[in-house]
Design a protein around this ligand. Sequence first.
Ligand code: MG
Length: 254
Amino acid sequence: MTVSLKSTREVELMRAAGQIVAEVHELLRERVAPGVTTGELNRIAHEHIISSGAYPAFLGYSGFPASICTSVNEQIVHGIPGDRVLYEGDIVSIDVGAIYERYYGDAARTLPVGEVAPEVSRLISATERSFWAGVNYATPEYRLGDVAAAIQECAEGCGFDVVRAYVGHGIGREMHEAPQVPNFGEPGTGRKLRPGMTLAIEPMLNIGGSDTRELEDGWTVVTASGGYSANYENTVLIRDGEPEVLTMLAHAVV
Ligand code: MG
């Protein structure tokens, strides 16, 4: 499948979409606390995205009923926000997508609710570290397998398991474009990275095994073991030299 290489103008629009996504994450980081419901987080995100002149990318996507995904504890991805109250010791993975002038931004963070168990805290930080380990290889000198292998090595080196059934993806005029971006693989394999590619790199790490299961709601994906799961995702622009992370405030450069 063809991978689209974005023009300068397209990158500008993706930066704008990414900035809105980053702002939503900043807002939600301040609001996640014991007692808040996932539906409240959804409302805050929805209002910010709309007031920014964008549209929530997940709302109505294949029939998804909310503007963000909120996946709590053993839920990995695609959790539906609603009446669920967050309690001290929970973790919540928040996935936010925005469409701005037809271009997409997509990013996820896992946040602790109050104090969490030490192993769970390590899970969250290992997931973020795995993302950055992969981004180190997100340059035109490397291949997708180098990114994937670096993520896997970092995650497993920390004692956690990488989800295999769900992967990152190209992104641009569609939320999911070619290529798939797995979080496991062999160095030196796969598609060569090229300037102008935009990828959603999103390690998902579990405690207690890689296996997953989908709940009866047809959306929520959980760990088969019941162990907690964390997710860290950004939309990343490949370019000559260092990559640009489009979904962090101030367009942070790695
Ligand atoms: Mg994604």
